[in-house]
Design a protein around this ligand. Structure first.
Ligand code: NAD
Ligand code: GLY
Length: 369
């Protein structure tokens, strides 16, 4: 019987030696947080970091759930949105934490989307030189991607995620019930990362998404559970093999070089992460046809699924090529000033290429406008 039917959460393990941890996925896992935290043998005191949208929805329930298990948690909130993934908000949190009586056995809980997860993760990695972190992702994007794998950090005005640390959580609790309150545009944005996982690593899953995307976007519980579990399995496998991105992990950045550049040029305002990487993946598909032998038919399937799920495929006129290239040069995959791109040989198989030229990029950006 499936975990959904028995009420037992699905469990995906991220194997990283003594830093291994579980991702628990299911309906209502948030309300059992204390039960899942207890085996971690953390201290009794914690701080929940969340944002202004998520706090009124779930912070009270999480505090209650922790309280029943003998844990005490304060709540600190930041404004909602990408602009909060900043040194300014990190500093605000650092200044508040000392008055909350935490010690090295205490824990931080990131309750929210990827912005809260990355910000709180960065704060946890640094405060007291590192205190335990539990991720409680509440957006689809955070459940399928950002809460897993230990990349934490904040943006600079010059570029996305330029300051940060690898810092693994002790546990991830992905309560799929929380997706019920997620705005539709945010759900679609998260679906972009779902498509990415299929495109880079699992052609069969990609085919399933082509058939079932409507069920996922309608929050059919079985379809959502399948998507969250499969993405977490893929990410766990990649991260276990290459935690610090010396090779394989870079594939998770498909669509992100240009996507991050677009987010930077938008001043982290107006364009959602998943929307930016959707356009980045469409450019990636065109670059892959040119430089990696991706068939035209598969490129069209990828862009077709992105479009069908209500995500943007075209860049429009707002991004100037020169500015995009300049912003993209800060991409962490670049080597000696040369951009490197994740390309697809076929759906389900990706690699990092340094064969893409500025002329290729100009051509592709023009085609994708
Ligand atoms: P987000 O954190 O801004 O959340 C999206 C919006 O939905 C916010 O307004 C939030 O308040 C709201 N929200 C979240 N959960 C909700 C719920 N259950 N009900 C109602 N509203 C809810 O954005 P995101 O899309 O979750 O994450 C994007 C961020 O993740 C980007 O900064 C991106 O760079 C980062 N990211 C990180 C990794 C990683 O490995 N660390 C991977 C992918 C993306
Ligand atoms: N989203 C890219 C990574 O986690 O490596």
């Amino acid at each position: 019987m499936s975990a959904k039917k028995t009420g037992v959460p699905e469990r995906v393990r991220v194997e990283l030696g003594e830093r291994s941890y579980d991702i628990l996925i299911g309906k209502g896992v948030l309300s059992k947080a204390a039960e899942y935290l207890r085996p971690l043998k953390l201290g009794k005191r914690g701080v929940i970091i969340t944002d202004a949208n998520v706090e009124p929805l779930y912070a009270g329930a999480l505090c209650d759930a922790l309280g029943k298990g003998g844990f005490a948690a304060e709540v600190l909130s930041v404004p909602a949105g990408e602009a909060s993934k900043s040194l300014r908000q990190a500093n605000r949190l650092f200044e508040k934490l000392p008055s909350l009586g935490l010690d090295r056995h205490s824990f931080l809980i990131a309750l929210g989307g990827g912005v809260v997860g990355d910000l709180a993760g960065f704060v946890a990695a640094s405060y007291l030189r590192g205190i335990a972190l539990v991720q409680v992702p509440t957006s689809l994007l955070a459940q399928v991607d950002s809460s897993v794998g230990g990349k934490t950090g904040v943006n600079l005005p010059q570029g996305k995620n330029l300051v940060g640390a690898f810092y693994q959580p002790k546990l991830v609790l992905a309560d799929t019930d929380t997706l019920e309150t997620l705005p539709e545009r945010e759900l679609r944005s998260g679906f972009a990362e779902v498509i990415k996982h299929g495109a880079i690593r699992d052609a069969r899953f990609f085919g399933w998404l082509e058939r079932e995307y409507k069920r996922v976007l309608a929050l059919d519980p079985e379809a959502v559970a399948h998507v969250v579990r499969r993405c977490c399995e893929i990410k766990a496998e990649v991260v276990s093999a290459d935690e610090r991105e010396s090779g394989l992990r870079a594939l998770l950045n498909f669509g992100h070089t240009l996507g991050h550049a677009m987010e930077t040029l938008s001043d982290y305002n107006g364009l959602l992460h998943g929307e930016a990487i959707s356009m980045g993946m469409c450019c990636g598909a065109r670059l892959s046809v040119k430089r990696a032998g991706l068939s035209e038919a598969e490129a069209q399937r990828l862009c077709g699924l992105i479009a069908a799920s209500g995500l943007p495929t075209r860049l429009g006129k707002s991004f100037k090529l020169g500015e995009l290239l300049e912003a993209a040069r800060l991409d962490k995959k670049a080597r000696d000033g040369k951009l490197r791109f994740v390309l697809l040989k076929c759906l389900g198989e990706a690699f990092v290429s340094d064969a893409v030229t500025d002329a290729d990029l100009k051509e592709v950006v023009d085609v994708c406008r």
